[in-house]
Design a protein around this ligand. Sequence first.
Ligand code: PLP
Ligand code: SF4
Length: 383
Amino acid sequence: MAFTIVTKNTVRERFPSAVRPDLWKDTEDKDWNNWIWQQQKRIKSMDVLEKVINVDADEHAAFAGSHEQFNMGITPYYASLMDKNDPNCPVRLQAVAKTGELKIVDTDMEDPLAEERDMPVPGITHRYPDRVLFYTTHNCPVYCRHCTRKRKVADPSSSAANKQLEEGLAYIEAHKEIRDVVISGGDPLSNSDERLEYILSRLRAIEHVQVFRIGTRNLVTLPQRITDNLARMLSKYHPVFIHTHFNHPKECTREAFDACAKLADAGCVINNQMVLLKGVNDDPKIVMELNHKLLMMRVRPYYIFQCDLSQGISHFRTPVETGLKIVQALRGWTSGMAVPHYVIDAPGGGGKIPILPNYVIKHEGKKWLLRNYKGLEFEYIEP
Ligand SMILES: *Cc1c(COP(=O)(O)O)cnc(C)c1O
Ligand code: SF4
């Protein structure tokens, strides 16, 4: 019997391409698909933003009050995902400031995760026994309004100069307990391929470094950055983990799908770190849809972060109960692969603490009274 193989990539076809706003209708594809063009044409002013969306009064006021502290920067690609007329569009909320950003509430902290305190040398945060964060640039293609590192990101004086890079590498080399390096920023893919390859090659040459991860939002905000060259370069340094940051199903486009496919085909393992944001993804249905799309893109949901206490993001914070409800709506109801860990990065530098719905009703001696995802009770007796 003959089997006819259907080769059409039908999953890719379920992911629609971004629709270009009129402003870029006549842009040639070779420019639109070029990350340098996307980077150069980033929206930084109200004049240009107004050509793409109908900016409302709140957004005007927020821009005036915020752009000196924390720039606006939006790639044309990411801007094309914004709803022109809906100020509450989840993509727009992440990229265009609201007046909520101007409010500093008394629980806000400048460096809530105490990343500066646990910094043995500039550019390295060493908090956990066997792994470090390594800052390599202060730039990002899009400045996310909910960014936890606002104090650094977009500030040229905090840039990781080459001297700092060398000191960071020397620190990692001198500390044999470091087996996992989180390459971070800003966004490490804002480095040129050459600078990034230099960093990876240096890390790979260190005997005790087993794995590294590249923490990048380019898959979401500038998928054009994932070129064949970049993918080929990364594949020389395996195992390479990519940690990205999708927050909403709208961000799962054909472009993002293709960027993930390039990295996955090149052998990278991709994980997603979602931030729980009011109005963006504080709804179990949205997170379920996002995680299902991510799995089709070969991205494994890894963390849901409770929004932290950085300054000027209180309008994004949800009750912890909201995160618990989301996890509860996922566990058991869908693939375990689609259920990330919900964590609170403890203020003051305590690190990530997992928060779980309570599935243990009672524990007495050898008896565990448990409840399953549907609320039914079961007893487990230890040997
Ligand atoms: C998040 C983080 C890491 C990585 O944590 P994992 O739980 O291993 O993903 C490492 N160092 C610091 C300082 C962090 O904040
Ligand atoms: S990409 Fe990451 S570091 Fe850059 S602005 Fe967004 S959240 Fe901050």
